[in-house]
Design a protein around this ligand. Sequence first.
Ligand SMILES: [Zn+2]
Ligand SMILES: [Zn+2]
Ligand SMILES: [Zn+2]
Length: 314
Amino acid sequence: MAPHRDINPDNCEKCRRVFAALEDHQIADPETWLTTVEIGKVVGLKKRATQDHLGHLFAKGRIDADRRTPLVGGLGQPLLPGAQQWAAAIVAPDPTCAKCLVALAVHGWDGQIHWDELAAAAGVSKRTAERHRAHLIAADFLAFRAVPNTGQDGKNYGRKPDRYTLMSGLTAPKLAGAAWDEAPAVAAQVIERVRWFVGYTEEARSNAVKSVTWCLRNGWPEEALLRALDASENRQAYNPGGYLSKLLGKLPTEYVIPAEQVWRGEVAERQVDCPTCDTPFKTKMPGRVLCGGVVCLRPELAVIPPDARVYTIA
Ligand SMILES: [Zn+2]
Ligand SMILES: [Zn+2]
Ligand SMILES: [Zn+2]
């Protein structure tokens, strides 16, 4: 058998286990640092052996120089035709944005990537790629978060690959009917599950429920709100009510739906009235939808305000 250093990590069962452990940890707890011994425990290897496979993964470009960050396009990454198809079909703000989006989608609906690598893949300079990243974020096609690389010693070692999620550009519809009425009860459950929200006064709790209700009615999904609130490491807020409203204040008013959810059709059906002909219908499409999707099927019934100026095509 070939020596370890000559084989592809894809073909080394232990390299694959180590890589998988790093990936799992990154998803479960991206801000903390695993020691070699801890990784070894997860995969059932001694410290020395774990070091060998970590070193090999780094040598073959599968993990970053910190020996902890799996790189995208790492081991046996399945291509995600969904994300790429979506990116190719999107009407991006400009052609360079489109190029960056397509290059990003090669790595899936979400993940981590060094922005200079993305620039290289898109065939543009890093500065250009950064400029268009801002366009994509403004157009709600991209959520982006830089990840600082803080070592165990608390020192800053530059940046880890940036985290991104492809977004649909569509915002979640406001709640209506029964869901609107149920929002305060759901909000109370959300508050209940925020781990640091303890030692509050009854007034603070009632205000918190009101604020969360407002977000829910505005289209924020329960799970997304909980994630945003509970992500804080602060477990003993001095003033839980004030801290909660500070966190909520940082959220955008409307919830932008991740592209993957829209692509998979995981958007709840809702009842709307066609803005043109006023016919009620059910749809899963977010945003402003007409009875035939992007067109009105009954334009002859169009409700035109009496003072509207109507242009006809000659
Ligand atoms: Zn190996
Ligand atoms: Zn652009
Ligand atoms: Zn219509």
